[in-house]
Design a protein around this ligand. Structure first.
Ligand SMILES: Nc1nc2c(c(=O)[nH]1)N[C@H]1C(S)=C(S)[C@@H](COP(=O)(O)OP(=O)(O)OC[C@H]3O[C@@H](n4cnc5c(=O)[nH]c(N)nc54)[C@H](O)[C@@H]3O)O[C@H]1N2
Ligand SMILES: Nc1nc2c(c(=O)[nH]1)N[C@H]1C(S)=C(S)[C@@H](COP(=O)(O)OP(=O)(O)OC[C@H]3O[C@@H](n4cnc5c(=O)[nH]c(N)nc54)[C@H](O)[C@@H]3O)O[C@H]1N2
Ligand code: SF4
Ligand SMILES: [Mo]
Length: 735
């Protein structure tokens, strides 16, 4: 019998960063289970994590670069592929307009070490204003509220789950998603622990999710009204005389101005919109303010709405006025081992500026260097200087994940040139002229740079590649070298430039910024893979002064302890204080006041949902994850079903102002009357894609129904929830 070897690595699929234990026999992963010795996840794993071996072995996963010749994508060598990239993009740049080449970075780019380190340099050498990412269909509101409040878009407070006495959770379903902007492996277990120690959990969600069922209380809010409700909660806390900023009071500016702006919202005035009765709202306000410690946590359901930034700001305001900002059991700032812009100890900085430039067609302000992805289609369609004529995508599927996706699909089809870095030929990458395949997750080094900065405990863990990049079953190029070569092409160095040109520059910059001797650092890094040399430098100069050797010696991770108070040292606002009432936010409150006066929308409101065995628009080609009951169903309350004469399992038409899809109905009282739910990321089997399993459980694309015009003005984030729809029974054939 062949010898088995055991390996440990961090799962890169979601934000939970679970430790995995992999058993390998004859070069093949034969078993994956949770690593019981992982310092953070302690053996927790979800079904997706067990399938990384199947993902690695998936025959449909791309292993060779593809280049379009005579309209057809054919296999090519890496040299041919990069030559085609240089030629195709070169044609566009030859006209002298750098903005004509846009870039879209998808979710797995944030989960990849190469993406975290090389996306910045790539964007810089592209020199384009047309930078788009999945952030504007996701968490951009949180970046914006953090940027205004704390002076840095990445200074995001996380709920201190392991010590809190009271968790108020809105628009999040960690039993399926495993948590987001809150890295917490075994979120369900951490919730159970809150209740075991006598704490209380209140979940606000139009659906009675598994998370809601595991809470002490569930409030079935009307979709899209969280900002109204949170504003009322804050006002009720004030009226009850319970505002108490606690230890951070001296570091905070503008609380009264913020509270005055919210005076129109109270438990009574928002009730008709939120459908939460006033007594409950007042009680929750009281509980939140008087719990020994409490934390308010809002996620996707609160962010992907028209009032995303206000909702996110109100979450922070609720934490602040109850004395729970920056204290154990409240909302706290992690301290990442690889350092962060806020790692220093002296408050003050440049603060935040939005709108340094504007999108050409819609006039949307730039946020964090990005344009709203909801505006990508119009930037491609509209002729004139600055028109997007070419696109680079990395680890993204905007044709499934972005609003008004049929329009975007057509727009991508009209591009003069497109390059995709991806592991599959999907609904988006099928439009590419060149597809550059990343290695399998198991063949890449991994360290969750982004997510250790959002973690409920300070930890760090490094995973070396399990399969070498030159493994014959792999595409033969590291992901960071793909990024580096794209960046070098964009920088005018041509398709054959050596990636080390870029990595040497990056290492020098890091050393220089850290005040180290650049020459000595370069000499010391000689012979070390450049990514590891850079990580080593980031770790050494980070807050714990660790090294890569420390990490390599700790395959189960290094526990750096519970979160610690960080105020005021981490503040980067101009005043060096928490700026609670910045003008753009206060101005936007008037839009919320207008919503209060508008008659509540009586139509059915569509929301999304996630399933534990799915991952946005992918992982749908892994048989064990998609088998069983179809997951892409339209959830409908029994009363709404009866009113339309619809029964469970029936096919209906779902129509919004933007488009329509046909979906199979799932009648369930787990969804509030007046709300319907369809998950996003489905609609597979399209011509030109390669995913044999995904095509058999295709589902429908919910983003046909979402609009690209309704966005949160402060963040550019798309509105993907609370979409008014009609549900219609199709006329019988021939009728
Ligand atoms: N209606 C609605 N729409 C939504 C949402 C919603 O809740 N409702 N959620 C939004 C959110 S939060 C997000 S983050 C977005 C996600 O939006 P996207 O990031 O655009 O889409 P994903 O489905 O995550 O696509 C991931 C792609 O990365 C590829 N990939 C996987 N691993 C790798 C890798 O290691 N390297 C590379 N290069 N590629 C890889 C996959 O093959 C796939 O093509 O969707 C958003 N869209
Ligand atoms: N299994 C799995 N895990 C994932 C992902 C996945 O696709 N599958 N995606 C990953 C990504 S990219 C992200 S960003 C995270 C997201 O993680 P979460 O934020 O936890 O996202 P969801 O699980 O979609 O939960 C959002 C909840 O918001 C509710 N909701 C919708 N509209 C409203 C509203 O107006 N108000 C309120 N209060 N609630 C509302 C929905 O019913 C839903 O239950 O998950 C990550 N983890
Ligand atoms: S919860 Fe997330 S990180 Fe953990 S095993 Fe599942 S997909 Fe991987
Ligand atoms: Mo996301």
């Amino acid at each position: 019998m062949a010898a088995e070897t055991i390996h440990h690595r961090t799962c890169p699929l979601c934000e939970a960063t679970c430790g995995l234990e992999l058993t390998v026999r004859d070069g093949e992963v034969v078993r994956i289970r949770g690593d019981r010795d992982d310092v953070f996840s302690k053996g927790f794993i979800c079904p997706k994590g067990t399938t990384l071996g199947k993902l690695h072995a998936d025959p449909d996963r791309l292993r060779t670069p593809l280049v379009r010749r005579d309209g057809v994508l054919v296999e090519a060598t890496w040299d041919e592929a990069f030559a085609a990239v240089a030629e195709g993009l070169g044609r566009i740049w030859a006209d002298g307009d750098r903005d004509a080449v846009a870039v879209y970075l998808g979710n797995p780019t944030a989960h990849s070490l190469a993406g975290a380190m090389f996306a910045g340099p790539l964007i810089k050498s592209l020199g384009t204003k047309n930078v788009f990412s999945a952030s504007t269909v996701d968490q951009m509101p949180k970046h914006v509220s953090s940027a205004y409040l704390f002076g840095n878009a990445n200074a995001i407070p996380v709920p201190d789950l392991d010590r809190t006495d009271y968790l108020l959770m809105l628009g999040a379903n960690p039993f399926e998603s495993n948590g987001s902007l809150c890295t917490a492996p075994d979120f369900p277990g951490r919730m159970a622990a809150i209740r075991e120690r006598g704490g209380r959990i209140v979940t606000v969600d139009p659906r009675r999710t598994k998370t809601a069922q595991a809470s002490d209380e569930h409030l079935a809010i009307r979709p899209g009204t969280d900002a109204l409700w949170l504003a009322a909660v804050v006002t009720e806390i004030r009226r009850a005389g319970l505002v108490d900023l606690g230890d951070v009071a001296e570091h905070v500016d503008g609380v009264d101005r913020a509270l005055d702006a919210l005076d129109a919202f109270d438990a009574d005035s928002v009730a008709a919109h939120t459908r939460i009765d006033p007594a409950t709202t007042r009680r929750i306000a009281q509980e939140l303010a008087t719990a020994p410690s409490a934390t308010v946590y809002g996620r996707i359901g609160t962010h992907t709405t028209e009032f995303g930034t206000l909702a996110s700001w109100l979450v922070e305001l609720a934490n602040l006025v109850t004395g729970n900002l920056d204290r154990p059991g409240g909302a706290m700032f992690p301290t990442s081992a690889v350092g962060a812009p806020t790692a220093g100890r002296t408050p003050g900085g440049r603060g935040f500026t939005a709108g340094r430039w504007r999108s050409r067609v819609g006039g949307h302000p730039e946020i964090k260097g990005e344009m709203p992805v909801a505006a990508l289609a119009e930037e491609i369609e509209t002729p004139g200087p600055g028109q997007v004529r070419a696109l680079i995508t990395s680890g993204g599927n905007p044709v499934r994940s972005c609003p008004n996706s049929e329009r975007l699909d057509a727009a991508l089809g009209s591009l003069e040139f497109m390059v995709s870095v991806d592991i599959y030929l999907n609904e988006t990458t099928r439009h590419a002229d060149v597809v550059l395949p990343s290695p399998s997750a198991l063949a890449k080094p991994h360290l969750d740079i982004a997510f250790y900065g959002l973690s409920v405990r300070n930890v760090v863990n490094y995973s070396p590649p399990l399969h070498p990049a030159d493994d014959p079953s792999e595409p033969g190029m590291d992901e960071h070298d793909i990024f580096a070569r794209l960046a070098l092409i964009a920088g005018g160095m041509g398709p054959d430039a050596d990636p080390s040109v870029l990595t040497t520059m990056m290492l020098s910059t890091l050393a220089d910024r850290a005040g180290l001797d650049v020459e000595a650092e370069l000499a010391a890094a000689e012979g070390t893979p450049p990514v590891e040399a850079m990580l080593d430098l980031m770790l050494r100069t980070g807050p714990y002064e660790l090294t890569m050797d420390d990490l390599r010696a700790a395959p189960h991770g290094i526990d750096l302890g519970p979160l610690e108070p960080r105020l005021p040292g981490m503040l980067r606002t101009a005043s060096g204080k928490v700026e609670v009432a910045p003008d753009p936010i206060i101005d936007d409150v008037s839009r919320l006041v207008a919503a209060l006066d508008a008659p509540p929308d009586e139509r059915l409101l569509l929301v999304g949902r996630r399933h534990l065995r799915s991952n946005n628009s992918w992982m749908h080609n892994i048989e064990v994850l998609v088998k069983g009951r179809p997951r892409c169903t339209l959830q409908l309350h029994p009363d709404d079903a009866a009113a339309r004469g619809v029964t469970d399992g029936e096919q209906v038409v779902v129509r919004s102002d933007v488009g329509q899809v046909e979906a199979v109905v799932e009648v369930t009282d787990d969804i509030a009357a007046g709300t319907v739910s369809l998950p996003h990321g489905w609609g597979h089997g399209v011509e030109g894609t390669r995913g044999r399993v995904a095509a058999t459980t295709a589902g429908v694309n919910s983003n046909v129904l979402t609009g690209d015009q309704a966005i949160d003005p402060l963040s550019g984030n798309a509105r993907l929830n609370a979409i008014p729809v009609e549900v219609l029974v199709p006329a019988p054939a021939g009728g």
